[in-house]
Design a protein around this ligand. Structure first.
Ligand SMILES: N[C@@H](CCC[C@H](N)C(=O)O)C(=O)O
Length: 284
C-alpha cells in the first residue's frame, strides 16, 4: 500500500493537510481525502491542499501561463472546493518555507476560482487579492439552525456563501447539523453559511458552517463575505453602490482574527497569518 508524506498547517485554526505532488502523479480520491482529514483515524484537518504544478493537472492547466503552482483544494468530505482564503495563505507559506518561490515578489496561485495573487507582508502576515465579490441577490434567502431562522445575503467569493446577522453567536446552537436554507434552489451546489455579529465600527465576529466540512474555526472567503455585507450595510445611508476603497474590517473568528480591505478596483483583500505545525508519514 505504501505511505504518504504530509505537512500540517493552519490559518486562524482552519487546518489543512498539505501533500507535495509537484508533477501531479498522486491518485487523490475522495476516500483518501476523507481518511487524511479524519480526526481519529487520520492526520485530522478541515481539508487537503495538494501542492501541484498548474501544468500537471487538468483543473490547473488553464492557469499554467500565469501561475506555476496550483492549489488543489479538497474539503474534509472529499469534495472539491473552488477557493479557500485561509488555505491559499497556508499554501503560499508552504512554498516559501520550502524555497520554491521568491517571497519578495507577489505569488500567483492557480485555484478553481482563477488566479489569486498572494503578497508576503513584512510582519509575517500574508495578503491575498481575492478578486471581486458577486452579490447574486436581490432574491431573499432564509437560513435556519437550532429551530430559528434569519434572512441571509448570498455572496459569491469564487465559492458560495450566505451571510446572516444574529443577535448572539450562540443563537445558531452547536452547528452539528447542516443549517438549512430556503428556497432550496438558491444554492444548488451547497453553501458556506456565516453567522455574524457586530463588535464595533468596522469590527465583526462570525461563526461558520462550511460546505463539505461542518463548523470550522475560521473561513477566509467567509470573512470576506461578512465584510462585503457589512460594508454594504455601513454605506446604505449614503446609497454608495461601490465597496469603500481603503476601508478595512476586522473579522474575529473562533481561531483568531482576519482583516478584510477593499481596493479602488473593487477587489477584496484578505490579510492574516499562516503557520506550518507538523510533518509526518501516514501508512495507507
Ligand atoms: N475555509 C475556506 C473555505 C473552504 C471552502 C468551502 N468549504 C467550500 O466548499 O466552498 C476559506 O478559508 O475560505
Amino acid at each position: 500500500m505504501g505511505t504518504i508524506s504530509w505537512v500540517k498547517g493552519h490559518g486562524t485554526e482552519n487546518d489543512f493537510v498539505l501533500l507535495h505532488d509537484p508533477d501531479g502523479t498522486m491518485r487523490l480520491d475522495e476516500g483518501l481525502v476523507r481518511e487524511l482529514c479524519h480526526r481519529r483515524r487520520g492526520v485530522g484537518a478541515d481539508g487537503v491542499l495538494r501542492v501541484v504544478r498548474s501544468a500537471a493537472l487538468d483543473d490547473g492547466r488553464p492557469y499554467a501561463d500565469e501561475a506555476e503552482w496550483f492549489m488543489d483544494f479538497r474539503n474534509a468530505d472529499g469534495s472539491t472546493g473552488e477557493m479557500c482564503g485561509n488555505g491559499v495563505r497556508v499554501f503560499a507559506h508552504y512554498l516559501r518555507v520550502h524555497g520554491l518561490v521568491d517571497p519578495s515578489v507577489e505569488l500567483p496561485v492557480g485555484t478553481r476560482a482563477g488566479v489569486k495573487r498572494v503578497r508576503f507582508e513584512d510582519d509575517s502576515q500574508l495578503s491575498v487579492d481575492m478578486g471581486r465579490p458577486r452579490l447574486p441577490g436581490p432574491s431573499a434567502v432564509m437560513v435556519s439552525a437550532a429551530g430559528r431562522s434569519w434572512p441571509a445575503v448570498p455572496v459569491d467569493m469564487g465559492n458560495p456563501h450566505a451571510v446572516a446577522f444574529v443577535d448572539d453567536l450562540a443563537d445558531p446552537g452547536p452547528l452539528v447539523e447542516q443549517p438549512t436554507w430556503s428556497p432550496s434552489e438558491a444554492f444548488p451546489k451547497g453553501v458556506n453559511i456565516e453567522f455574524a455579529v457586530w463588535r464595533g465600527s468596522r469590527h465583526l465576529a462570525m461563526r461558520v458552517h462550511e460546505r463539505g466540512v461542518g463548523e470550522t474555526r475560521s473561513c477566509g472567503t467567509g470573512a470576506c463575505s461578512v465584510a462585503v455585507v457589512a460594508a454594504a450595510v455601513d454605506h446604505l445611508a449614503d446609497q454608495q453602490v461601490n465597496l469603500p476603497a481603503g476601508e478595512a474590517y476586522r473579522i474575529d473568528v473562533p481561531g483568531g482574527s482576519l482583516t478584510v480591505s477593499f481596493r479602488a478596483d473593487q477587489h477584496v483583500v484578505l490579510t492574516g497569518p499562516a503557520v506550518l505545525t507538523a510533518r509526518g508519514e501516514i501508512d495507507l
